[in-house]
Design a protein around this ligand. Structure first.
Ligand code: 5GP
Length: 119
């Protein structure tokens, strides 16, 4: 059992705080970002918070990472044209604020600079 405090995303998964959830499987959830930076801005999040970033996830569970990418693809097709950007901010200086690995799915007219700069 983790001794860490539940992340903000774990609280969404547990329905302790509300979110606009668009997809859920046994090990993943996807919901709309509260501060969208593109016409479509979703977060795809593993239900486990044991991986702080994509590097840890890829090293330990590449299958779970592949399922994140597949969910991103199907959501971009369902909610936009099918083309999308997949962004994993990794580290504070890169703009990561939630240390529970998550993919930003951005689609529908994404600015060149979106999420490319630390905020
Ligand atoms: P990061 O900055 O770690 O790459 O991404 C965290 C993202 O989570 C940000 O884009 C932020 O807007 C989003 N976020 C933070 N808190 C909440 C929340 O309570 N609900 C939702 N839906 N998104 C959140």
């Amino acid at each position: 059992m983790s001794i860490e405090e539940p992340s903000i995303f774990s609280k969404i998964i547990a329905r302790e705080i509300p979110a606009d959830i668009v997809s859920e499987t046994d090990d993943l959830i996807a919901f709309r970002d509260i501060a969208p930076q593109a016409p479509l801005h979703l977060l795809v999040v593993p239900k486990t918070q044991q991986y702080r970033n994509v590097v840890e996830l890829a090293a330990s569970d590449p299958g779970l990472m592949a399922r994140m990418v597949a969910m991103a693809e199907s959501l971009a097709a369902e909610h936009s044209s099918g083309d999308f950007r997949l962004v994993f901010n990794t580290g504070e200086e890169a703009g990561q604020t939630v240390f529970h690995v998550h993919a930003h799915v951005l689609a529908g007219g994404v600015d060149e600079g979106t999420l490319a700069k630390p905020r």
